[in-house]
Ligand binder design. Sequence first.
Ligand SMILES: C[S@@+](CC[C@H](N)C(=O)[O-])C[C@H]1O[C@@H](n2cnc3c(N)ncnc32)[C@H](O)[C@@H]1O
Length: 153
Amino acid sequence: MLIPGCGSGYEIRAFHDAGWDVAAIDFAPGAIERARAVLGPLASKVQMGDFFAPEFGGRFDLIYERTFLCALLPSRWSEYAGRMTELLSEGGRLAGVFVYGEASGGPPFPMPEGREKELFAEHFHLTRSEPLSPSLPVFEDMEERWQEWTRTS
Ligand SMILES: C[S@@+](CC[C@H](N)C(=O)[O-])C[C@H]1O[C@@H](n2cnc3c(N)ncnc32)[C@H](O)[C@@H]1O
């Protein structure tokens, strides 16, 4: 499984402990340094690089979304959906926390209602969607949802 834009990588150990073979990527040297410092023997799971770069490849059964999409400019969201399609195996899942709301200054950039269908409907089917309680003050006035998108084609 893959964690794109992993930041300090706090989910890496949790997924590893749950039995997943984890890969994580971030392009910020500071984030990579912090993640490696706390991960100890799992430090090699984190690589520094650009999620969108053609050199970064692979096929994953699961990609975990947490404050990566809403950190990207909305003009890059189609590219994000395309990369997810390339990197997931058929039947694989894009799962995690998606942030919804009206467009504002950002970041974070919440997704206006309906935008998710434009991004994912062609290659994904929404298999789970549940509202979450607000997790961080920065998402006040926005809505966080746990969603699972299964790649169908
Ligand atoms: C808001 S942070 C989220 C970090 C982590 N997922 C969390 O929940 O704490 C977004 C992260 O995405 C990384 N990022 C943004 N664009 C990226 C790209 N094109 N390739 C790799 N990492 C990227 C940033 O460096 C940053 O660490």
